[in-house]
Write a protein that binds this ligand. Structure first.
Ligand code: RB5
Length: 146
C-alpha cells in the first residue's frame, strides 16, 4: 500500500495522482488533507512518514507547493528517506542509489502529467544495494546519534 498526503497547496495534485494510482490498480490510502482549506504541511508529512516507518505502508507520496516543506517534515521521522523531485532522473536514481521510501513533489513546480511520469520513474526503479547499502547504513548511523 502507498500512503499519500498533501497540504492545501498540494491537494489538487494529490487528487490527480490518486486517480492515476486507481487507474493503475495500485492500492493507496489518503492521509489528508481533504480540501483546499489552508492547513500545515508538517501534519501530513509526519502522518505519511509514520505510516511508512511503521510498515503500515510500503512507500509514501507527498505533495505541497514546492514539495520541500512536506519532505523536510517527513525526513524527521526515523527510517524515512524522502526525496523532492521535479525530474525523472532524480526520481529513478533516488531509488536505485538512495532507496528513498517517500517521493515528494511540488504542485507549483510540476504539472500533473510530469508528476505522473516522475512517479512512474520512481515506482519502476529498484534499489541496487551493494555499495549503496553501505552508504544508507552510514545515514542510519547519523540518525541513531540523535
Ligand atoms: C504553502 O503556501 C506552502 O508554503 C507549502 O505548500 C510548501 O510549499 C512549503 O514548503
Amino acid at each position: 500500500m502507498i500512503a499519500i498526503g498533501s497540504d492545501h497547496a498540494g491537494f489538487k495534485l494529490k487528487e490527480e495522482i490518486k486517480k492515476y494510482l486507481k487507474e493503475k490498480g495500485i492500492e493507496h490510502k489518503d492521509y489528508g488533507c481533504f480540501s483546499e482549506e489552508r492547513t500545515d504541511y508538517p501534519i501530513y508529512g509526519e502522518l505519511v512518514a509514520r505510516a511508512v516507518a511503521s510498515g503500515e505502508a510500503e512507500k509514501g507520496l507527498l505533495f505541497c507547493g514546492t514539495g520541500v516543506g512536506i519532505s523536510l517534515a517527513a525526513n524527521k521521522v526515523k527510517g524515512i528517506r524522502a526525496v523532492v523531485c521535479s525530474d525523472c532522473y532524480t526520481a529513478k536514481m533516488s531509488k536505485e542509489h538512495n532507496d528513498t521510501n517517500i517521493l515528494a513533489m511540488g504542485s507549483r513546480v510540476v504539472g500533473v502529467e510530469l508528476a505522473k511520469m516522475i512517479l512512474d520513474c520512481w515506482l519502476n526503479a529498484k534499489f541496487e544495494g551493494g555499495r549503496h547499502q553501505r552508504r544508507i547504513d552510514m545515514i542510519t548511523e547519523i540518525e541513531n546519534k540523535r
